[in-house]
Design a protein around this ligand. Structure first.
Ligand SMILES: [Zn+2]
Length: 679
């Protein structure tokens, strides 16, 4: 289990040290992601989240994969293979959980892949050894379970169901896609120099390539069906990038082009819209169906488009992104309003209380937006990524990193339930797609901070980090200091500069209420270019310093009246953060169900350290508490009533990402306004 030094099936890992979504040199992208040492998170909230992920969340995942039966499923598949018949065995082995249990193992392995390289200082320590040891054992199981022709899926192998017999719901290629992404992650980080890391990467890549080769042999040039859950498309494109094997990209393109022709079949009568098979992707104008599936497919669409130079395909994806942001996105950045089929709803169907907003959908949107950011170089994609990160995604994890939301509503009432569930975070789920998905994103977060275009380094996200990029005249290396989201001050110090002129570009966040930029103390223009970046082009020297002061003054924000469910409400934002009211912070007499705000009352910010939450910035404001109707009261009346009549109370808002870390009582983001006629 812990002998990391020898394997008869090891293959040479790829030599590119990179992060997720790393286009080939020939890809048609405006920006290039950082390669080599790239970036590292060194301080601030994102760094703390990444550390918490490694120290609290990943160990939990390793335990849960054992408890929930994921590893037992793979052990059963391995035992059956050892028994000789591979499939349809009568050994009596039982399969546990949903058909896609393997994908939880793979997402965890992907997170481990990023982690093994992330912290060289900690290599050889207990944490590194535990992660490497788990990977060694899990990869060993995959090697033992994989059939001679490369096929690997513990559900099919244990159940004896025919392969690819019900692709609409079997998730066989979905699981294969996550296996491939784990292998790509491990391969891209394998030059960490840590003993055993390259060997693990080689073994996992060998398993993944045998799976991919099997898929190519089975599906290339055929019309045998599509997986009901997209994922394989982006995975195959990434495997092409990591290995140079063109057949993987060709199959990814085939799967993208075949969508919309009824090949995916039907998943329990949910219809073709549910699994993105209603229309060819190029004819699809809006995001529809299962939100995670739709956006995983978009990641594959953009990967295929940039690798094949297919501009119309890219433009169709951009058009759907624009439509989604304009009509189907919550204030938190979340998507997929319907609990029914975990799907996108109608345009502007964005109820705060019944928001589904699956955590995986926030991650999928983040991955899609990163690909579009690279493809176009436009800051609007980084803006959405930041909104997702600090709100829809950030809220999915408890302060202690041990509990997770699957569903992320913008309001919770006293008596909330879903089945028998009161709607709080859970340690794990019977369908556990979200927690290991969270872990693989947090483990790779540093790769999304910056990119290059020509001779310019673009910084998209501001946090404590080191960033280094190879430019024409040499390496430009920065140390960035920032206390976002609490303060808007960012300092970027040049530690190493190339010969000659080069550019340093800062995204000017769309939320900034006023921006000041200084270069070595001298005021500079803060006007962004047409793509949303301030580009400072000069002959940089070591010791140069750029400071940005972004305005994070708290502000009221109002929904367009077209969003029926929150018409007449307002919410609070500060910097990139969306705020919410939690019952825990309000005076005893101020019931969230009966609060309204008169006009736009002043917002008073203060730093606080709250039990269960820790360090934060809270916002105090004024509200009206109107009297609750008597029990049994008919809640409709012939006149509007007077919501302005009531007692004035001071209320306190906390960042949405920190909610539900206390007593499980109500929360709301959108607060009704007292109509102007009555205030
Ligand atoms: Zn999920």
């Amino acid at each position: 289990m812990t002998d990391l030094d020898a394997s008869p099936r090891a293959a040479a890992p790829t030599r590119v040290q990179a992060g997720p979504a790393h286009p080939t040199p020939g890809a048609r992208t405006a920006h290039r992601p950082l390669a080599g040492p790239g970036a590292a998170l060194t301080g601030g909230l994102l760094h703390d989240w990444q550390q918490r992920n490694r120290e609290a969340s990943l160990p939990l995942a390793l335990r849960q994969l054992e408890v929930a039966g994921n590893l037992d499923n793979m052990r059963a598949a391995a035992a059956i293979r050892k028994g000789g018949d591979g499939q349809g065995s009568t050994t009596g082995a039982e399969y546990h959980g949903p058909v896609f249990m393997d994908s939880d193992i793979y997402k965890t392995l992907e997170a481990i892949g990023w982690e093994l390289a992330r912290d060289p200082g900690g290599a050889g320590g207990d944490s590194w050894r535990a992660l490497a040891s788990f990977a060694d054992g899990a990869i060993g199981l995959l090697e033992q379970a994989q059939l001679d022709d490369g096929y690997l899926d513990s559900y099919i192998q244990v159940s004896g169901e025919p392969r690819y017999g019900r692709l609409a719901s079997s998730h066989e290629m979905y699981c294969a896609g996550h296996l491939i992404q784990a292998a790509v992650a491990m391969a891209r980080t394998a030059r960490s120099g840590q003993p055993g890391h390259e060997e693990l990467a080689g073994r996992l890549l060998a398993v993944a390539q045998r799976v991919a080769d099997h898929l190519v042999a089975t599906f290339a040039g055929q019309e045998k069906g599509l997986d009901g859950h997209p994922e394989i498309e982006t995975a195959l494109a990434e495997l092409y990038r990591a290995t140079g094997q063109r057949a993987y990209l060709d199959l990814a393109r085939q799967f993208v082009d075949q969508r919309g022709h009824g090949l995916a079949g039907d998943h329990h009568g949910h219809g073709q819209r549910y699994l993105q098979d209603r229309l060819p992707i190029r004819d699809t104008l809006t995001e529809e169906g299962h939100a995670v599936r739709a956006m995983y497919l978009e990641a594959g669409v953009v990967d295929v488009a940039v690798e094949t130079g297919d501009r119309p395909l890219l433009e169709s994806s951009i058009a759907r992104w624009e439509d989604m942001v304009a009509t189907k996105t919550y204030l938190t950045g979340g998507n997929g309003s319907r609990h029914s089929h975990e799907s996108f709803g109608d345009r502007f169907e964005l109820p705060p209380d019944r928001a589904y907003n699956e955590t995986c959908a926030a991650i999928a949107s983040f991955h899609w937006s990163w690909r579009l950011l690279l493809a176009t170089g436009e800051a609007r994609y980084a803006d959405l990524m930041e909104r997702l990160l600090y709100n829809a995604f950030g809220a999915s994890i408890s302060t202690d990193g041990q509990r997770f939301f699957y569903v992320n509503p913008l309001q919770r009432r006293y008596d909330h339930f879903e089945g028998d569930d009161p709607g709080r975070r859970h340690e794990w789920f019977s369908c556990a797609c979200c927690p290991p998905n969270i872990m693989r994103l947090l483990a790779s977060l540093q790769f999304y901070l910056a990119s290059t275009a020509g001779d310019t380094l673009f910084v998209h996200q501001f946090t404590g980090a080191t960033v280094q990029a190879p430019l024409a005249g040499g390496v430009l290396k920065l140390t960035m200091t920032a206390d976002l989201p609490w303060s808007g001050r960012v300092t970027a110090r040049v530690d190493q500069a190339p010969d000659g002129r080069c550019g340093l570009a800062l995204r000017i966040p769309s939320w900034s209420t006023g921006t000041e930029i200084r270069v070595n103390g001298e005021p500079a223009s803060a006007d962004p270019d047409e793509h949303g970046y301030l580009v400072i082009d000069r002959d940089w020297a070591s010791g140069d310093e750029v400071t940005a002061e972004f305005g994070v003054t708290a502000r009221w924000v109002y929904p367009d009246p077209v969003i029926d469910s929150v018409r007449g409400c307002a919410a609070i934002e500060r910097g990139p953060l969306v705020y919410c009211l939690e019952q825990a912070d309000q005076p005893e007499r101020a019931d969230l169900a009966h609060l309204a705000i008169p006009g736009a009352p002043p917002l008073r910010e203060r730093r606080a350290d709250l039990p269960g939450i820790g360090a934060t910035v809270v916002i105090d404001t004024d509200a009206v508490h109107h009297t609750a109707p008597a029990p049994g009261h008919w809640p409709y009346r012939p006149a509007p009533g007077d919501p302005g009549a009531g007692e004035r109370v001071a209320v306190t808002a906390v960042p949405y990402f920190q909610w539900d870390n206390r007593d499980g009582r109500p929360m709301r983001v959108w607060i009704p306004q007292v109509p102007s006629a009555t205030r």
